[in-house]
Ligand binder design. Structure first.
Ligand code: UDP
Ligand code: MG
Length: 316
């Protein structure tokens, strides 16, 4: 990963069951890159697709072995791990990430490159007129807000994968050894001169989104838990408040019992004590969570993807 860059631009594309999109992607992407008149490579990571994506990528590799590299995973590891595997192997000075479903038009790549040429080391796309379901847009807006309140990451559109990074930022992303992470946010946090540009957004060319609700929830958990332990802290503070108020209740009821005498059957005193003990347990769970969160940050350094083979020509 620390080799001197051999080409100017690396384009990184994760592919998961995209047989309906790959032919059009090839048709549109290669001419854009050829027209730049700069040396480039395109790295596809086939993230364990079960359709014909693998064959299509192999054929494309045969057609353009000079600029094409294909990383084959043995099983599906998720979009961000697919991107990470490619980032670990890039040979370019500037790295562009892109989705395979043509939601990010390849024709927008020069817009990002114009910014990296100006010296920005992390260029984020902001999807104009986003073509996704209302539910996805709502979740996205909510997560953007949570992220901006709980972390120091300031990005308009964290979910847009059409982005460009300097090699330094990519090397640092790789060196961070991040496993459960959200690459755009991680790269932003490592950049020294980030910027954003508006980019077009299109409807998915073919097929449906690979993100089921479950995958979406997991992805958003990755985003929040990687960058902050705020959820655990909020929980602990909440339990402390519960604990403090139930202690007050215990004291008030105790005093009342002594001054006025017991209420019917002593029920409320019992409840008060119970509430207090339960909230003490909650603080305990919160505290254990705090420690687990920190331990987790240290131990998450484990391999999350398996490469079965790589199609590429020797790197000279
Ligand atoms: N993708 C992947 N592995 C996965 C899910 C998605 O490599 O497990 C790729 C997919 O092929 C596409 C990109 O990640 O290139 C974005 O996926 P998708 O379009 O399904 O997500 P959405 O646009 O709905 O967020
Ligand atoms: Mg998509």
């Amino acid at each position: 990963m620390n080799d001197t860059p051999l080409v100017e631009i690396s384009v990184v594309i994760p592919v998961f069951n995209e047989e309906g999109n790959l032919p059009t992607l090839f048709q549109r992407l290669y001419p854009v890159m050829d027209a730049l008149g700069r040396s480039y490579e395109i790295l596809f990571t086939n993230d364990g697709s079960s359709d014909r994506s693998r064959e299509l990528l192999a054929v494309q590799y045969q057609a353009r072995p000079d600029v094409t590299r294909v990383i084959e995973f043995s099983a599906n590891a998720g979009q961000h791990m697919a991107v990470m595997a490619a980032l670990e192997r890039v040979r370019g000075k500037v790295i562009v990430t892109l989705d395979a479903d043509l939601q990010n038009p390849p024709e927008e790549i020069p817009v990002l490159l114009a910014k990296t040429d100006e010296g920005y080391d992390c260029v984020g796309g902001m999807r104009q007129d986003r073509q996704d379901s209302i539910f996805r847009k709502y979740i996205s807006r909510l997560m953007n807000q949570i992220r901006s309140h709980t972390t120091s990451i300031r990005m308009t559109d964290q979910g847009c994968m059409l982005r460009a990074y300097s090699r330094r930022v990519v090397d640092q992303v790789v060196r961070s050894g991040a496993i459960n992470t959200f690459i755009p946010a991680l790269a932003y946090s490592l950049a020294t001169k980030p910027t954003e540009v508006p980019v077009k957004h299109e409807e998915r060319h073919a097929g449906v989104s690979n993100y089921s609700l479950y995958k979406l929830i997991r992805l958003n958990f990755d985003l929040i838990t990687y960058f902050t332990t705020a959820p655990l802290q909020i929980f602990t503070i909440f339990s402390m408040l519960c604990s403090a108020s139930s202690l007050i209740l215990v004291v008030v009821l105790g005093v009342r019992r002594i001054m006025i005498g017991p209420e019917e059957g002593g029920m409320f005193t019992l409840f008060a004590i119970l509430f207090f003990l339960v909230s003490v347990c909650m603080v305990g769970i919160g505290l254990i969570g705090e420690y687990m969160g920190r331990t987790y940050q240290v131990v998450r350094n484990r391999a999350r993807y398996q490469v079965s083979h790589i199609l590429e020509s020797a790197s000279e």
